[in-house]
Design a binder for this molecule. Structure first.
Ligand code: AQP
Length: 326
């Protein structure tokens, strides 16, 4: 039997090449290896304030982009989180088994709540909902970028704690992080993870950016005052550009370093822009085709929820029976 994969993506902001290179590209590439479930996690999106019309549009956009990068609804279940009520129900139950101290340790919460006058309880509690997302499907493997590794480990801890009290109820999931590209950094500040919520027009390359925008963003990317083009993690700007180049071309590090020997940052940026534009072009074309008929994505998502609901209900019933509910 194939192992079960579950992963999700938030419909907030603009989906960027970090989301693609660190996560969705791998989900698409390994679909035949696993039994896959992918989710557009709209309930996570509302942990920070959202405009209703914008959120609706973003749910559609992220759905279209997931399919455009190659997720195939014939080989994977794809659905919208709020269409499957069991996610919220299990999240509540898991809340009751998760010590506050575990949540307080979550780096993402600390970062996202920094300098905010008021943050929602939902933002603090986000990892319990994420644990519910994963545990509801008896998930073995959770492919994510590095920023989400801590949340998957917390999910495992919650499941272990529950199993220790009640006996084996949950399957213990493991995070899978790509060797290269697990943390694509911002173009404007290579010390910071490329992120949808980071302000700044030159921070991220978005999957739907037109060619001239991509070229300009890369042209303005932060580098350093040195000259040679080599992989050196102590020079995070150039390192990040080389990693992006590597992932879009599939070339080895040696080939890349040889190729750029004697060349300057302007050459690196020019060639990088070319390969990113070339790499995103088929995704953008497929996205345009998929979204041309507005009803098409809706019908696929309705089918996805229909497939997910019985799987989720089965596990939820098991949990409720175990703890004495119902
Ligand atoms: N910079 C990144 N490099 C590699 N992988 C990344 N991921 C996110 N940023 C990078 C991975 O993309 C998947 C989907 O992420 P998400 O949309 O659920 O939200 P996130 O992890 O919080 O990512 P963002 O883009 O930074 O969004 P905001 O700003 O809303 O928090 C995940 O597997 C993630 O690891």
């Amino acid at each position: 039997m194939k192992k079960r994969v579950f992963s999700g993506i938030q419909p907030t902001g603009d989906t960027h090449i970090g989301n693609y290179l660190g996560a969705t590209k791998h989900w698409a590439a390994r679909q035949d290896e696993y039994d896959n479930i992918f989710c557009i996690v709209d309930l996570h999106a509302i942990t920070t304030p959202q405009e209703p019309e914008v959120l609706k549009a973003k749910i559609r956009e992220v759905t279209g982009l997931l399919l455009a990068v190659g997720i195939d609804t014939e080989r994977s279940i794809v659905f919208i989180q709020s269409h499957v009520p069991a996610h919220s129900e299990l999240a509540w139950i898991l809340n009751c088994f998760t010590p506050m101290g575990w949540m307080q340790r979550m780096t993402q919460y600390k970062e996202k709540s920094k300098n905010q006058e008021s943050v929602s309880t939902g933002l603090f509690d986000y990892p319990a909902l994420m644990a519910a997302d994963i545990l509801l499907y008896d998930t073995d493997v959770v492919p994510v970028g590095e920023d989400q590794k801590q949340h998957v480990e917390l999910t495992r801890d919650i499941a272990q704690r529950f199993n220790a009290i009640y006996g084996d109820t949950f399957v213990l999931p493991s995070p899978v992080i790509p060797d290269i590209g697990a943390r694509i950094m911002g173009l404007d500040d290579p010390e910071k993870k490329m992120s949808k919520s980071e302000p700044g027009s030159n921070h991220a390359i978005n999957l739907l950016d037109p060619p001239d925008v991509i070229t300009n963003k890369i042209k303005r990317a932060a580098t350093d005052s040195l000259r040679d083009i080599v992989y050196d993690e102590n020079r995070p700007g150039v390192y990040n550009l080389l990693v992006i180049y590597e992932l879009f071309t599939g070339k080895s590090r040696q080939e890349i370093v040889d190729h750029f020997a004697g060349k300057g940052y302007a050459d690196l940026k020019k060639e990088l822009a070319e390969v990113v534009i070339e790499g995103l072009s088929p995704i953008q074309k497929k996205y345009a085709d998929l979204t041309a008929d507005p009803g098409y994505l809706d019908s696929l998502m309705a089918k996805g929820a229909e497939q997910a609901i019985p799987l989720a209900e089965k596990v939820l019933t098991r949990v409720k029976d175990t703890i004495g509910l119902g």
